[in-house]
Design a protein around this ligand. Structure first.
Ligand code: NCD
Length: 305
């Protein structure tokens, strides 16, 4: 039985296959409409989410399966002190697969060690968010046509932003990907990403603080929100929160075919005027997220179509 805890749990070839299935799903949704009849996904969300949880639920419903779960720790037995290990043993009796989001790094790993059903990490603290990465890879591959030979700018909260950590982890495996890390000094990527992931894989990267300066170089701009819930104090958050705001004026500096991605939710970091720019693809990204999660559910449940 396989789980998805980290984007590296799948090889580059497996990711390609997954994206091929997702593409086929997008073209022939009817073909897949009954594949998971009688199957259930449990969404165990100990931390707020709109997109990710609904995306998993929509994915399973589109496959003809059904969903159960909870959307906050307060509404589950975690509030009574139940451990993740016990919760997953119980959920294994109710569902065929589960997606877990948890504020503690490593919680989905603990779940996987105690589970008799596949566990998908739907975001663990400031650590990883592999299904967002699958979504991001699918978006870039579909709209840019390739995952190699790109310069990607990652901008905003690179310290706490788990989507950034997972995406860097995944992209270092492709040829000639240049990373430009744009953040205030206080919100730079963690050391392990800089040393083990980037330097360790001989990836070309630079760290800068000004977005405008690097805009013309980028093929992809991946904007992120400052992760308020992971700050130790509110004053620090307030000082950082509007460090980057992408607006129409900054978009004028970019290549005509640069793509803007964002895992969402957006707060202030992309001004709404950018939404009408054809290079802004963050809402298309949401749609790709459903297709790739459908493909992932099929893979982990070992359902052949
Ligand atoms: C991201 C997350 O939860 O890490 N959201 C998402 O899943 N699409 C990004 C964020 O919350 O900023």
């Amino acid at each position: 039985m396989r789980h998805l805890l980290n984007p590296l749990d799948f090889s580059v070839e497996e990711l390609d296959e997954l994206m091929d299935v997702a593409l086929d799903i997008s073209k022939n949704p009817q073909k897949y409409a009954e594949c998971c009849k009688g199957k259930k996904i449990a969404t165990l969300f100990y931390e707020p989410s709109t997109r990710t949880r609904l995306s998993f639920e929509a994915a399973m419903l589109n496959l003809g399966g059904s969903v159960l779960g909870f959307s906050s720790a307060a509404s589950s037995s975690a509030a009574k002190g139940e451990s993740v290990a016990d919760t997953i043993r119980m959920v294994s009796c109710y569902a065929d697969i589960c997606a877990m989001r948890h504020p503690k790094e490593g919680a989905p790993l603990v779940a996987s060690l105690n589970s008799s059903i596949p566990v998908i990490n739907a975001g663990d603290g400031g650590h990883q968010h592999p299904t967002q990465t699958l979504t991001d890879l699918m978006t870039i591959r579909s709209l840019k046509g390739r995952l190699n030979n790109i310069t990607i700018g990652l901008c905003g909260d690179l310290k706490f932003g788990r989507t950034v950590h997972s995406l860097i982890n995944a992209l270092v495996r492709y040829d000639n990907v240049r990373f430009i890390l744009i953040s205030p000094n206080e919100l730079r990527v963690p050391d392990y990403i800089r040393q083990e992931v980037l330097t360790g894989n001989h990836a070309e990267f630079k760290e800068v603080t000004q977005l405008e300066d690097v805009m013309p170089e980028l093929d992809i701009l991946y904007m992120t929100r400052v992760q308020r819930e992971r700050f130790f104090n509110e004053e620090e958050y307030i000082r950082m929160k509007d460090c980057y705001i992408l607006d129409a004026k900054k978009m004028e500096l970019a290549k005509p075919d640069m793509l803007v991605l964002h895992p969402l939710p957006r707060v202030n970091e992309i001004s709404v005027e950018v939404d009408k720019d054809p290079r802004a693809v963050y809402f298309k990204q949401v749609q790709f997220g459903v297709y790739i999660r459908m493909a992932l559910i099929l893979k982990l449940l070992e359902i052949q179509v």
